[in-house]
Design a protein around this ligand. Sequence first.
Ligand code: SF4
Length: 254
Amino acid sequence: MWTGYKVFLTETCDVDKPRIISNVITTVAGESDINQTAKIHDALEAKALLPVTHLADAAFVNADLLVKTPETYGVQLLGPVRIDSSWQAKEGTYDIGRFNIDWSAETMTCPQGKKSSSWTAKEDPSGNELISVKFRYADCSYCETRNLCTRNKKGSRQFTLKPKAQLEALSKARITQQTLEWREQYKARSGIESTMSQGVRANNLRRSRYVGLGKTALQHVITSVAINVQRVTDWLGGFEIAPTRVSSFAHLQG
Ligand code: SF4
């Protein structure tokens, strides 16, 4: 059971500018992170503070948001997505990338050239669109490469696909996040960790002085304002942001 509250901080990360906390959301501790992404963007939009690119932790990114965030807010959401966790992907056999998807004909073609036999639209319990795709039992049961494709002893290969836009965005993100350019761009996200640390160590962010969500949220806003005032003052005074410390173990590795 989770007790207490969570705070979600968003900040700017422009080079040579003070890092300013631009949004604060406080929820009860049980709220999921992924549900906050759109709320953060709603709040930033209301303040005309939407960024061009929003660097976010993996907990705030999924295929649906990769598609909807640019469409709804004009913001590029940049954060790591989950890798394909299927055994086929782990073992380098017939994962989804080895299948050709024809969205207009609503068919998939497997590495052995067999076409899927059914394509059915459905929804998950949260109402998200999905597509169930099945291959013919007659094709799969006599397939010579079946052991590379399915462990379904009695059935044929099946998929549950996300809609086209989401699946393509996810596939693209999985490739892009392996590149050096992506990693360089994403590095700036780590700055928010120092903000959390500053809030906790210098401003007692982890300890709510009052009872109730409303008062705790107010405390978080006041704490964020205090951090902003300190940062702007430091910036105007010409204080440089301290470089990230390198641990003794990292020194040894270097
Ligand atoms: S098991 Fe079925 S889907 Fe998989 S490669 Fe063989 S025929 Fe194609």
